[in-house]
Design a protein around this ligand. Sequence first.
Ligand code: NDP
Length: 290
Amino acid sequence: MKILDGKLAAEAIKEELKLQVAERVAEGKKVPHLAAILVGNNGASATYVAAKVKACEQTGFISTLVRLESSVTQHKLLETIQSLNEDPDVDGILVQLPLPAHISEQDVIDAIDPQKDVDGFHPVNVGKMVQGAESFVPATPLGIMLLLSFYKIDTSGLDAVVIGRSNIVGRPMSVLLSANTQPGNCTVTICHSKTKALAEHCKKADLIVAALGQPLFLTADMVKEGAIVIDVGITRVEDATKKNGFKLLGDVDYAGVAPKCSWITPVPGGVGPMTIAALMKNTFLACSRK
Ligand code: NDP
């Protein structure tokens, strides 16, 4: 069993971006600028945004963090997005999800200029991604593709199972894995909460992406010998022995599954850092396209 080390791969990507930013500076070109909007005080969201801002600092990007109260109106949030859309210095905009219940996530996603939509959630970018055209690809599935590339894993012809069909992870992941690319060229089955005999699908799979948000869901009896397993799940579970009061659990029962795998991602240190590295790549792309 070998580990797909997302921390290592993400550091390599960020180092490369740092050099590319330095080159841009030397050529008198603008530095990439990411604007993040955080609504409310959700602890996990604040942690993710802080990690994105830190990654900007590491790579030499400019970052702007806009914090809004959880009571902010949708109108005010859309106005904030519009002003960032119109700001020529801002290259990428992300709105950290989830949003409070009184705000429509779809309206917010639709309001972001597709040229600055570095999360790749805007329908224009989703459509282009499905067609295989150049677009911003959602950061988590893109990060997984970059991780497979980093470890030079040949996925061509593999039977893949993606568990979860969200617009953020599962669905775009299934599109990318089935694309005529390397990595890609998999035969993909997408499973969800209504799937019958999910374990049977998994048992046949050469590659499994678990993105359902159910801690330790994928167990050893569901995985065939030699499979590649990618664990996207991150769930905070109370743990009094930890300083911050919780531990992070993935969707894979790592202890049981890992010995059967050819490759596996750990949690933490797998998909999480790759998501951030992919966001940085998208932001650099947004800047360099100008
Ligand atoms: P969603 O809740 O939006 O989607 C979960 C999906 O899993 C749904 O399609 C749902 O099916 C399916 N599902 C839920 N329970 C089961 C089950 N028992 N059996 C089969 N399918 C099931 O989650 P996200 O896609 O946003 O995130 C998934 C996980 O990934 C979460 O733990 C999240 O925290 C993590 N995540 C991690 C990131 C990272 O950087 N590492 C980034 C983004 C997310 P249905 O559609 O039928 O309801």
